[in-house]
Write a protein that binds this ligand. Structure first.
Ligand code: PMP
Length: 423
């Protein structure tokens, strides 16, 4: 697997950055979990479409008709990519955060929500105004299923419930037992939404195959950084809820009442939650990324990523001061996302050194998953820094870690440089 062989072409490969030691080096983008570079194919598709851009669902002109077709075809492409069932809806949103907030706005009356404390804030916080139970961090995938089953079985009253779970952690990269959690949820009369922000760029995700009720993901983590995201799944809650945003596009008919007020009939389709002029380029870019990943084949993408994960694991194992953060064990299956601390180092300083001395971009901090990182690091003195993470209150020592993440566009050299730099 030499150098870039097998890596998909992405933008930014030619970008060079200055080093404090003098000279320049090509930038090693190893922060895919925050935002992945655009696939060249996505960029080319967007550039080819740009001159034909027009308003969607509004205009009679040729370009408006063309754009409307492309937008609706993008919806179909995403539905195919996600293995949606007949009758499922694909709503274009701004991001995973937006998708989960939208779903939170559709919760039926009396619906209880169950969510592990290990979630990213995007899948933890939208439910905080609901009747929510936060579940303790499990230490094995089987424990996750048992914990959920116990909590669902004990709920009183035994009414409607929703489980929200991530497919792959943005901190540890570990894969969660989604299929088993979905089966547990359904066995207990609950529904489940999958936060696939970190899973979808690395593994195939099938709504029908995993038997989840909804999936949420972000275009910018799927090599399509144009400001769009997706919520896909069951139509009933979406159709019955008030529109997430009120405005044009979501409304089928608006009339003035005799008493001077206004009556509205909302659309039943995905448009109900897409008020305003939609992000056509974003949706088109996501569809292009879905096609590119499907054509490249997830078998090949996963095999290559496994190779890179193996290189990182083996390289870090040679450095005794490094401790990899993990809930399910350092060897647990994961995507190309891995967080660690280094004995004797403040993580922020370490990440800054990787950037300044090696041209490597990683992330440091608590990764918008404060409860999880606190659980993983809480008792670990290696993780304490004198400064760094902005989450620390004044006078408090900060907790932070370093995260390296990569994907389909990562050349081998970036990972090799990272391992050498840590050594
Ligand atoms: N869920 C997970 C697991 C994530 O990693 C992220 C982004 N780091 C999000 C949700 C939120 O994604 P976005 O910022 O695109 O809304």
């Amino acid at each position: 697997c030499p150098d870039t062989e097998g890596a998909l072409p992405v933008l930014g490969r030619d970008v060079t950055v200055p080093l404090v030691t003098g000279g320049e080096v090509s930038y090693a983008a190893l922060d895919y979990a925050a935002s992945a570079p655009a696939l060249q194919r996505v960029w080319d598709d967007v550039a080819a479409y740009a001159p034909y851009y027009g308003s969607v669902h509004r205009g009679a002109g040729y370009l408006s008709q063309l754009s409307t077709d492309l937008f609706e075809n993008a919806r179909r492409t995403v539905a195919g990519f996600l293995g949606c069932r007949d009758g499922d809806q694909v709503v274009f949103t701004r991001s995973t955060t937006d998708s989960l907030n939208l779903l939170a706005a559709t919760l039926p009356a009396g619906c209880r929500v169950f969510v592990f404390e290990t979630e990213h804030h995007a899948s933890l916080l939208p439910w905080r105004d609901a009747d929510v139970t936060f579940l303790d961090a499990p230490r094995t995938p089987a424990q996750a299923v048992e914990t959920l089953e116990r909590a669902l079985a004990a709920r009183e009253p035994y009414g409607p419930a929703l489980v929200c779970v991530t497919g792959a952690s943005n901190v540890t990269g570990e894969l969660w037992p989604v299929r088993e959690l979905a089966a547990a949820a359904h066995a207990h009369g609950a529904r489940i939404v999958l936060d696939a922000a970190q899973l979808a760029p690395h593994h195939p995700v099938s709504v029908a195959g995993l038997d989840v009720d909804w999936v949420a993901f972000s275009g910018h983590k799927l090599y399509a950084p144009f400001g769009a995201g997706v919520l896909a799944g069951r139509a009933d809650w979406l159709r019955e809820a008030e529109p997430y945003l009120a405005g044009g596009g979501a409304s089928r008919k608006v009339t003035r009442r005799a008493d001077g007020g206004v009556d509205v009939e909302w659309h039943d389709s995905a448009a109900r939650h897409e008020a305003g002029s939609p992000n056509v380029i974003g949706a088109y870019a996501i569809a292009s990324a879905c096609k590119a990943l499907t054509e490249a084949g997830f078998d090949a993408l996963v095999a290559r990523e496994e190779y890179l994960i193996g290189k990182v694991r083996a390289g870090l194992a040679e450095v005794p001061q490094v401790r990899i953060l993990s809930l399910f064990g350092a060897d647990a299956p994961r995507v190309g996302v891995l967080s660690f601390v280094v004995e004797g180092w403040n993580s922020s300083h370490f990440a800054a050194a990787l950037s300044a001395e090696y041209g490597i971009g990683v992330r440091d901090g608590l990764f918008c998953a404060h409860p999880l990182v606190r659980t993983l690091l809480g008792s670990d003195p290696q993780a304490q820094g004198e400064c760094g993470a902005p989450e620390a209150a004044p006078g408090e020592k900060s907790l932070n870690a370093i995260r390296v993440s990569f994907g389909a566009g990562t050349p081998n050299e970036h990972v090799e440089r990272f391992v050498k730099a840590v050594r």
